[in-house]
Structure formats: structure tokens, C-alpha cells
Design a protein. Structure first.
Length: 150
């Protein structure tokens, strides 16, 4: 004997579909009983001075504040010029690898600055006191014009 072609899942889906259709018909009947279409005035929404949406129109007798067009800033506000950083810094070579040609300098503030052999003026080794300038590289600060303090 063969099985029924309708499975439990198919029956449930069909029941859900019929229930949705009945609910839709009920809502349609309720809308007709309520008076049909909404009035245009009922669909209008207003925005108050705080940006909230309300259904009450604004009060025309309320005092309006005057805003100067020059006071409105669009985009990024102008920044005040920064204090120029000191051009030359002092520090100590904390690590330097001669074979690879790079190292690090600890400046007075305790910051570590990368130094490459191309940025050296004098030959340096670890624990030497140096004067150097700083420029921004791809991965952070780089020391250039590195000179020994005599």
C-alpha cells in the first residue's frame, strides 16, 4: 500500500496559509467598518524643535530664535595651530643591530623611536648618547640626522 502524498509539514503549511488569508479578510472587514480611508490631516506628521516627530502642528505664536548663517559650521571646524615641537631631541641608543642596519633610540620622555642606518650621520653603537630629529614614517616615528654627542 502506498503512502499519502501529503506529509505533516505540507498540511501545517497549508493550515498557516489559510489562517493568514482569514486574518487578512478580517482586517479588511474591520477597516471597512471603521470608516474606510484615513483623512489626509490624520496622516500628517510634524517635527518639533528637538527633532521629535509629533502629530500636533507647531505653534505660530511661539517666539523663533534667529540664527546667523556665519555661525553654522559645515564639515570639520578650523583647528588652532599647534605649538611647534622641538626639532632636535636627545636620547640614548637602546638597541642597534649593525648587520641589519636598524635600531631604537630612547628619548628623554621615554619614547622609543626607530632609527635606520640611512638616518645616521655618525657611526653609533648601543648606549651612545645622540641628538636626532624625528619624522613620521610608514609605521610611526623615525629618527633622522642622528649625531653623537661629544
Amino acid at each position: 500500500m502506498g503512502r499519502s502524498s501529503e506529509t505533516f509539514n505540507k498540511k501545517e503549511n497549508e493550515k498557516k496559509k489559510q489562517k493568514k488569508q482569514k486574518d487578512k479578510e478580517l482586517k479588511k472587514e474591520e477597516r471597512k467598518a471603521a470608516g474606510g480611508k484615513k483623512k489626509f490631516e490624520d496622516m500628517i506628521a510634524y517635527v518639533d524643535e528637538f527633532g521629535n516627530i509629533t502629530d500636533t502642528p507647531p505653534d505660530p505664536t511661539q517666539k523663533k530664535t534667529k540664527i546667523n548663517a556665519e555661525d553654522i559650521e559645515i564639515g570639520v571646524p578650523k583647528q588652532e595651530p599647534k605649538e611647534p615641537e622641538e626639532k632636535e631631541r636627545e636620547g640614548v641608543i637602546s638597541f642597534f643591530n649593525d648587520s641589519k642596519g636598524y635600531g631604537f633610540i630612547k628619548d628623554k620622555n621615554g619614547n622609543s623611536v626607530f632609527v635606520h642606518v640611512n638616518g645616521l650621520v655618525d657611526k653609533v653603537s648601543e648606549n651612545d648618547k645622540v641628538i636626532f630629529e624625528v619624522e613620521m614614517g610608514h609605521k610611526g616615528l623615525n629618527a633622522v640626522n642622528v649625531r653623537l654627542i661629544k
